[in-house]
Design a binder for this molecule. Structure first.
Ligand code: SAH
Length: 226
């Protein structure tokens, strides 16, 4: 049971939160047989590699922050963070409609609310409803850092942050200097305790407004990174 794995590792979780993680796991395992949501599905692996790993950004999110989980897939890290911090205003975005159907069902079952948006980051970044609207944009397993700079920073408020969940980020950071300078951001890295090899957060701080031409049209950031 997920509850028995999580509870000793995070004794601060309430019975309601533990129950929400249990339900989330059950739905993930069930829908995964049809939707191919994740390769990680054993209870202990889901508890550690998906749920606990998702928690890593929590200390960097201020009270009532508006956060966007971009490329959320099966809901990571957005849903575990929302369970942990119900004060957050969470938007879950993915370019694949089938993921959104799953997320809507999970949120309903968990009795939580979040905005679910079917969009590509490149389009959302040029849409006034989303551009420069978020205190923090989070990405986990979505793309390389130079590409993530262009996909996420247009969506972040000036003064806000973009947090990328990464393994060892040395090389990706070295490749991001141009993107950071063009998009007026600075980077710092924080290591996350983990039993599964190097885990880091790369935290980008947005210091100035994003030039209008970014993000470029869908597909271009990955094809021709800054
Ligand atoms: N964050 C999840 C899923 C990672 S898989 C996790 O950590 O498990 C990457 C997800 O990003 C996929 O669901 C894919 O559809 C989505 N994605 C990739 N590029 C995207 C883009 N440009 N805009 C929106 N979603 C994107």
């Amino acid at each position: 049971m997920i509850k028995e794995i999580l509870s000793p590792l995070r004794p601060d979780l309430t019975p309601v939160q533990l129950e929400q993680f249990e339900t989330y796991y059950t739905m993930l395992a069930d829908w995964n047989t049809r939707l191919n949501l994740t390769a990680i599905i054993l209870p202990e692996d889901v508890a550690k590699k998906h749920f606990l790993d998702s928690f890593a950004a929590e200390p960097y999110l201020k009270n009532d922050a508006s956060i966007l989980d971009l490329g959320t897939g099966a809901g990571f890290p957005g849903i575990p963070l929302l369970i942990l911090r119900p004060d957050l205003h969470v938007t879950l975005m993915d370019s694949q409609q089938k993921k959104l159907v799953f997320l809507d069902a999970v949120l309903k079952e968990l009795n939580l609310s979040a905005e679910c948006v079917h969009a590509r980051a490149e389009d959302a970044g040029q849409n006034p409803c989303y551009r420069e609207r978020f205190d923090a944009v989070l990405t986990r397993a979505v793309s390389g850092l130079p590409v993530l700079c262009e996909l996420t920073l247009p969506l972040v408020k000036v003064g806000g942050i973009s947090i990328a969940y990464k393994g060892d980020s040395t090389e990706e950071l070295a490749a991001s200097n141009n993107a950071l300078s063009v998009l007026h951001a600075t980077a710092e890295r924080v290591s996350i305790p983990s039993d599964y090899g190097a885990r880091e957060l790369v935290i980008l701080t947005k210091n100035g407004t994003t030039p209008k031409q970014y993000p470029r049209k869908a597909g271009t950031p990955a094809k021709n990174p800054l």
